[in-house]
Design a protein around this ligand. Sequence first.
Ligand code: HEM
Length: 227
Amino acid sequence: MTKTRSPIRSNVGLKAVMAVTGILLVLFLVVHMLGNLKIFTGETSFDHYAHWLRDIGTPLLPHTWYLWIQRTVLTVAVVAHIVAATVLARRARAARPVKYAHRKKVNGSYAARTMRWGGVIILLFVIYHILDLTTGHLNPQGDASNPYGNVVADFAPERWYVTLFYTLALVTVGFHLRHGAYSAFRSLGQQTPRGERRARAGALVLAVALCAGYLVVPFAVLTGLVS
Ligand code: HEM
């Protein structure tokens, strides 16, 4: 009996997995960025928002259940995104066992060439970030009841290197997102030159808006606008 491969394991299936999980992760990034911007509405409002995150869905769901459901969905999405990317990259390499003798120097955009390492850096950043602002282990204040204070302590001027590190991580997120969104827009069809231009512009706008929306928070603390 011949074994049939599940459609999800085909290249098209794996690209769909990358697109669906990528969209989920971008949705989280947009909502998380908008939530972070509440820091400009003051300490009480920001802390209230952070506590509300733990109560979403109550009384239908017990306290923090929504948060744990979201964490589970995001973790599954990240793992599926990485597995699909790894399998696709291996297949692409296996399809061309002999390397090009003269590999073209410019092979796609800078963003396209840095997807793998960009992804690794983002993963390491997220692990550090959770230990910093969620569990508080790497935060100078680390007080779960006062997320505003944790953010202010984190990006204090004397800890400029933390802002620098976040900036580098967020620029990496921006590049990763630009190429990921561009690929996703192209996969949705529209491969005419006009569609291509639109996909490129849309991806750039999304990446720059997210990057700027995130970075304004540490820089506001660094410059004393938020204290
Ligand atoms: C300057 C940029 C950022 C700031 C100021 C920031 C701020 C925060 C804060 C305050 C928390 C804790 C929320 C709470 O527990 O109440 C948090 C959690 C988190 N952030 Fe960020 N964040 C930033 C960028 C990012 C980026 C770029 C990512 C993803 C690539 C990310 C992913 C997460 C995740 C996964 C959590 C844990 C959420 C949970 O508890 O389930 N953050 N962030």
